[in-house]
Write a protein of this length. Structure first.
Length: 318
């Protein structure tokens, strides 16, 4: 009955804690010791690209379910693409194959809505469903991270089709969460910059293209991602296999800044009047929010935290 959580980052940390709070035996693995985990969570140092070590952990703890969140994020992948592909693609391959050999009941894999960003230029105003038409060349993934995540989804579906392994992939929206002193994600970096400006009273100049977007973008609280992981782990019959995890809302850059300004009324921010690109430097602006119907219908999941509540919580105020 033990659940293995790979990756002890923000979402993995929250997922392990939520499982332990429900009385589930939980073991978390990472390549480095994490911040203190919740009571009841066992930690083992393990690299997901080491198949033998991973198999030993699964066998030693009699693992019946896996939540796979371990990954290198986009910024790190740009710096070291080989290491990123090794972690995100081969690491996922090892998790799936070890799960297959051990007879694990279900594997939940963390993915990203960025896999569909390259379709934005041709999409209409309807909410973006998981099975979005994708031209293999002209609409190929626009980042190494998105490429690795769509590969992970395909591997999960293939292991389900070929070997009967029950795999669910969750496409998180732009995740808000984690400490602001060392942010690793694009939303985290933006929030850290704005909160610092609000706390110090210094004007924030947003000139990094990765922190700017035209139109609107969607965000999801890391706590909702953890809740979705638990729903996906326990759902009775998740037939679709791939699900969007988002609020169904989307926000302008000005709206995001305003959410922080509610906490720090004197916050002053300068950014370009005209922004021609989408979120995180992707070429096209988002035409619609993600459709969340399948997650509600098949997983029993709906996001709880609106943007303002997420900003307040992760800024340390809410």
């Amino acid at each position: 009955m033990t659940v293995l959580v790979t990756g002890a980052g923000v979402i993995g940390h929250l997922t392990a804690g939520a499982l332990a709070a429900k009385g589930r035996p939980v073991v978390a693995i990472d390549i480095r010791p994490p911040d203190p985990l919740a009571p009841g969570v066992v930690f083992e140092r393990c690299d997901i690209t080491d198949s033998a070590a991973l198999s030993q952990v699964i066998g030693r703890h009699h693992v019946t379910g896996i939540v796979h969140t371990a990954a290198m994020l986009s910024t790190g992948m740009r710096r070291d693409p080989v290491a990123g592909i090794r972690a995100n693609v081969m690491g996922t391959m090892h998790v799936l194959d070890c799960a297959r050999k051990a007879g694990v009941r279900r594997v939940v894999c963390a993915s990203s809505t960025t896999v569909a960003y390259s379709t934005f230029g041709s999409h209409g105003p309807a909410p973006i469903a998981e099975d979005e038409p994708l031209r293999l060349v002209s609409q190929r993934p626009a980042s190494l991270y998105a490429s690795s995540k769509i590969m992970g989804e395909h591997l999960g579906l293939l292991y389900r089709d070929l070997y009967g392994l029950d795999v669910v992939s969750l496409r998180y929206g732009a995740v808000l969460g984690g400490a602001l002193d060392q942010p690793t994600s694009v939303p985290g970096r933006l929030l850290a910059r704005l909160v610092e400006g609000g706390r110090t009273g210094r004007k924030v100049v947003l000139d990094d293209p990765l922190l700017l977007w035209g139109g609107r973008e969607e965000f999801v609280d890391a706590r909702d991602c953890a809740a979705a992981n638990l729903c996906a782990l326990e759902a009775e019959a998740p037939k679709q296999g791939v699900y969007n995890v988002a609020t169904g809302d989307w926000h302008t850059l000005a709206g995001f800044i305003d959410a922080v300004r509610r906490l720090y009324p004197r916050l002053e921010v300068e950014y370009p009047d005209r922004i021609e690109t989408g979120f995180a430097g992707f070429p096209a602006m988002r035409p619609a929010p993600s459709c969340t119907d399948a997650a509600a219908r098949e997983l029993g999941f709906r996001a709880t935290f609106e943007l303002a509540a997420s900003v307040a919580h992760w800024a340390g105020i809410g």
